[in-house]
Design a protein. Structure first.
Length: 343
């Protein structure tokens, strides 16, 4: 963890600083797109974001056994141990597990609803046994815990210019949009883990089933029916991004560049999938490095403007900011945001 960030956040305890550093490492290793966007936040807010995302990455590692081959029973036991440690950490504000300790500290500092973390853990348990979803409604129920609550957790950290409840639906939508993007990008990798996140009814509408996906993955050959199904899932995902768009303008102005950049980068993954002719069963679509650099530079410019405006705003006119997070802009190749959201 950058010492300047920890100092800015008022985190002085050596053990707690080490815990936050561990979370930052997890976020940097597993979440390159969002990690880049997080660097556009004011320094004092970054440790909290790393704690939230670091914990999510750690739980996801347990479910997907990134550390090696483990049985479902072993992963279940590890997840239950983490759940117990989480409950203890949220109740006491402390934990022997560094990642949980940082998370508990963040939850306390920003008064984040503990129910969001429990809903997340419920979704992680589902991932141990649920391998497909009959319809989109079933997938959305799962994503409440796996994605929407991440946006809700983030709102108090990002800050809003309106009562938090007004921004929450858009924050939840952005979390879902990000995860849908990951599902599309990672179809092949998820299939290797025995999971298909694309709804079965959407696939069936285009003549696709798990067996056809497996055939394509194994042979390296594409099928027009699969391509059409992936296009339909992309369109569905872009619709969710549109649900999230109005929320960007509701965020604290100094947080908007971060979320806007994350939004643009994730939307860029959809563009990369399309540019690669929907070959996600065979390779991962990647946003070009040059594009990432352009987005980062744009974010820095917006930060500078936001800070100048913030300093020039009389104290009495400063916006109400009860809390914040995951709210953003529009995906796809259409114009990204309206003028207010882009500010």
């Amino acid at each position: 963890m950058n010492a300047r960030e920890l100092d800015a956040a008022g985190i002085t305890d050596p053990g707690l600083r080490s815990a936050y550093t561990r979370c930052r490492e997890l976020n940097a290793r597993h979440g390159k797109t969002y990690f880049l966007a997080t660097r556009l936040l004011p320094a004092h807010r970054r440790p909290a974001v790393h704690a939230l995302y670091g914990f999510a990455r750690w739980a996801d590692d347990i479910v997907d056994c990134h550390g090696g081959d483990t049985t479902v029973l072993e992963r279940t036991a590890a997840l239950e141990k983490l759940s117990a440690e989480l409950r203890h950490g949220l109740a006491t504000g402390d934990s022997a597990e560094p990642v949980v300790r940082a998370l508990a500290d963040t939850a306390h500092r920003y008064a984040i609803d503990p129910a969001h973390f429990q809903d997340f853990m419920t979704a992680m348990r589902d991932d141990l046994t649920v391998t497909d979803y009959p319809g989109y409604a079933d997938l959305r129920r799962y994503m409440h815990g796996s994605a929407a609550v991440i946006g809700l957790q983030m709102l108090p950290v990002l800050g809003t210019t309106v009562p938090r409840a007004e921004a929450e639906p858009h924050a939840a939508a952005l979390g879902v949009a990000f995860q849908l993007t990951n599902f599309l990008r990672d179809v092949g990798e998820d299939l290797d883990r025995g999971r298909v996140y694309l709804p079965a009814d959407l696939l069936a509408a285009h003549g696709v089933d798990r067996e056809l996906l497996r055939w394509s993955r194994d042979t390296g050959r594409q099928d027009a029916r699969i391509t059409e199904a992936l296009k339909a899932f992309e369109a569905l995902t872009r619709d969710v991004y549109r649900e999230a768009v109005p929320g960007v303008a509701l965020l604290d102005p100094v947080s908007r560049p971060c979320i806007r950049s994350a939004f643009v980068l994730y939307a860029g993954i959809l563009d990369a999938v399309a540019d690669d002719r929907y070959g996600v069963l065979h390779r991962r679509a990647v946003v070009p490095r040059r594009r990432r650099a352009v987005v980062a530079l744009d974010g820095l410019v917006r930060i500078a403007h936001a800070r100048i405006r913030h300093r020039s705003t009389p104290p009495a006119a400063l916006p109400h900011r009860p809390g914040p997070h995951h709210v953003p802009v529009r995906a796809g190749r259409a114009p990204l945001v309206d003028k207010e959201a882009a500010a």
